[in-house]
Write a protein that binds this ligand. Structure first.
Ligand code: HAM
Length: 404
């Protein structure tokens, strides 16, 4: 037997219904907020992710499904959706349009070669949204509100964590102050962080190592080092969240694992799914379009992890639906066959091809959760009728086939 690869899974039956329920709920809400669908390829040039997600990030440094294709191109299975959407945005020249404002949603498979564990897969699925052309912090708030609406519709509780990562005006100064602080205690930091002091010092802030976290207690904090513009936007975001009664926590160490963010960064976490608790994350990335050779265009977005949310979603109870059609002897099947085709134009229909006793058909109807079990036996065939049981009202009738 050939099994699926480690860290990759099949979704069937109840699980796949959960998946579809999450995606359709998210799509319904994203459309309300003005988002339209975008589909981009799973395979992209490796340099796209190096340039956007960042060479020093764990994703690019350790986790990419990267290989040479038969034409010798260096390609990579997307580890996330934003880079591809920005590439498509620039390639379609949407950035060249006057006051270009575009909102896209997407969902699909992402690939990261991480160590698999509960809630952490190598192939997983995201639903995401990217909004281009809005520099306003109102848009950051609106995206957070939309995610809240999605989780509410799915019946999921969460904690929202926010931070500001500053801008090219205030971030370099903060970076310097952080490097000075980290250099003082560099030898006590874990091996990864020791390296990060020179490659990507900001990432030291979200190291999970307890020793590193204890050393960071007195580190300079990002939100205390923002320029006036970033500071006032962050305060405005906080005011908007409070005015809409959206609970939040400020996490000064929230830096996200991808390098393209500036200003607003946020994560939604759940206490109920174990250590891989982030169910959605995102933020502003005003420089990425430019980085990928487009015209400067502000942008903000998020993605949620569908598999992690599947752990939390209660499916709505399924109402009985449609028809189960069965025959009690071979000849009746020829009569049922055109009836099934006709009924399928408007209703869900299951047609059982093997003749069976009535009891077995009732069982079959129950198994497919049909509302009606309709059966033709010898008597019905002679009289041109069909026997129907309403499995909700528990009522039985026999009607003419013409009326069915
Ligand atoms: P991210 O935080 O890397 O952000 O991923 C978003 C979500 O994907 C996470 O919160 C988590 O639920 C899920 N996820 C990530 N890795 C795994 C994994 N190995 N197994 C299962 N689920 C996982 C991004 O990807 C950004 N592109 C989000 C974004 C969009 N920012 C702006 N626009």
């Amino acid at each position: 037997m050939i099994n699926a690869l480690r860290g990759m899974k099949d979704l069937t039956l109840e699980e796949s219904e959960r998946f579809v329920h999450i995606v359709t709920t998210a799509i319904t809400i994203a459309k309300r907020y003005g988002y339209g669908y975008i589909e981009t390829p799973i395979l992209e040039e490796t340099k796209l992710f190096k340039r956007s997600v960042g060479e020093s990030s764990d994703i690019v440094g350790k986790e990419m499904y990267q290989f040479q294709d038969k034409g010798g191109n260096d390609v990579c299975m997307r580890p996330e959706g934003t880079a591809g959407v920005v590439r498509a945005f620039v390639q379609a020249k949407f950035d060249r349009q006057q006051s270009a404002k575009f909102k896209f949603y997407y969902y699909g498979a992402m690939f990261r070669y991480e160590r698999p564990q509960k809630g952490r897969l190598r192939e997983f699925h995201q639903f995401g949204c990217e909004s281009f052309g809005e520099a306003s912090v109102y848009e950051d708030f609106t995206i957070i509100q939309m995610i809240g609406d999605i989780f509410k519709a799915l019946g999921i509780g969460y904690k929202l964590q926010i931070n500001s990562l500053g801008c090219p005006e205030c971030m370099p100064q903060y970076r310097e102050r952080l490097i000075n602080f980290l250099t003082e205690c560099q030898e006590e930091l874990c091996e990864d962080c020791n390296r990060r002091v020179t490659t990507n010092p900001i990432r030291v802030l979200d190291c999970k190592n307890e020793k590193c976290q204890s050393l960071l207690v007195n580190s300079p904090k990002l939100i205390k080092n923002l320029c006036d513009n970033c500071d006032s936007d962050f305060k405005k975001l906080v005011r908007l969240l409070e005015s809409e009664n959206i609970e939040y926590q400020i996490d000064t160490n929230l830096v996200r694992g991808l390098d393209y963010y500036n200003k607003t960064a946020f994560e939604f976490v759940s206490d109920n799914i174990g250590s891989q608790s982030a169910i959605a994350g995102g933020g502003r990335y005003d420089k990425l379009v430019e980085f990928l050779d487009g015209k400067p265009t502000p942008a903000v977005g998020f993605a949620l992890g569908i598999e992690r949310i599947m752990e939390l979603v209660q499916m709505p109870t399924k109402e009985r639906e449609g028809y189960y059609l069965g025959a009690m002897d071979e000849e009746a099947i020829d009569t049922l066959f055109p009836l099934a085709s006709k009924k399928r134009k408007t209703d869900k229909v299951t047609l059982e091809y093997s003749p069976k006793k009535l009891k077995a058909h009732l069982k079959g109807a129950d198994k497919v959760n049909a509302r009606y079990c309709a059966v033709i036996g010898e008597d019905e065939l002679n009289n041109g009728t069909i026997w129907i049981k309403d499995l909700v009202k528990k009522e039985e009738t026999t009607i003419s086939i013409d009326k069915f």
